[in-house]
Ligand binder design. Structure first.
Ligand code: AMP
Length: 226
């Protein structure tokens, strides 16, 4: 039986490294990793009714309507005994989504352990996003500078050519960063007032940021009892 749960949110602008670290941390602590962006990309690729509706919104870098976001989260977030908790990456992205989440958790007798804010200066974000690549077969993420593949633009696992996300172009990146500062950044104060906010300097290497996060998880809120 799971005695302690880590129910955490990774907060921060696009390009801060939330997705990369969420993959590593969720594996390390056996957490259920939920990336709303990833779920939406799957909907869009499979051309489901939701996918068709949101495709152009995502291509523009705007936010998907809250009702759709919440439906997708509710469908995918469960509190099974197989996990030590969940890790949300890219959700919530505005105050309304945060309140919907709080209500949903309360209904399920769950709680939030922590919100970790990834601190990266604005100037660094564009560069990181332009260098981001992923494997179209296995989905593994790379960054040509900070997390390069072993062989020239080829996936280490599948050996196929890496590709860019369609929204990693300069126009969409600019909108996504603007969306973050307008809609999502207010969540920093929101969670600070709830005494849930922790900050991490996310400018270092993937390995370095992972160590910082691990220290936080081990020494900070990991012992929160349900
Ligand atoms: P991400 O993979 O987190 O960068 O998300 C990619 C895109 O999916 C965003 O630019 C939004 O269009 C959409 N998206 C992901 N999560 C959310 C969310 N919580 N609320 C609204 N839109 C979202």
């Amino acid at each position: 039986m799971v005695q302690y749960r880590i129910n955490a949110i990774f907060l921060g602008p696009p390009g801060a490294g939330k997705g990369t670290q969420a993959e590593l941390i969720s594996k390390h602590y056996s957490l259920q990793h939920i990336s709303t962006g990833e779920l939406f990309r799957k909907e869009s690729e499979s051309k489901t009714a939701v996918g068709v509706k949101i495709r152009s919104i995502m291509e523009r870098g705007e936010l998907v309507p809250d009702e759709i976001v919440f439906e997708v989260v509710k469908k995918n977030l469960f509190f099974g005994e197989n996990y030590n908790g969940f890790l949300l990456d890219g959700f919530p992205r505005n105050i309304l989504q945060a309140e919907m989440l709080a209500h949903f958790l309360e209904q399920n007798n769950e709680f939030l352990s922590a919100v970790i804010n990834f601190i990266v200066p604005k100037e660094m974000l564009v560069m990181r996003l332009l260098q981001r690549r992923f494997c179209p077969v296995c989905g593994k993420n790379y960054n040509l500078q900070t997390l390069p593949p072993k062989n020239d633009n080829l996936c280490d696992i599948c050996n196929v050519e890496l590709v860019k996300r369609p929204d990693d172009n300069i126009e969409t990146i600019t909108t996504r960063i603007e969306m973050y500062y307008t809609n999502t950044e207010p969540l920093v104060e929101y969670y600070k007032s709830k005494e849930l906010l922790h900050e991490v300097d996310a400018t270092g290497s993937v390995e370095h940021v992972f160590v910082l996060l691990k220290n936080l998880f081990d020494n900070g809120f990991y012992k929160n009892k349900k």
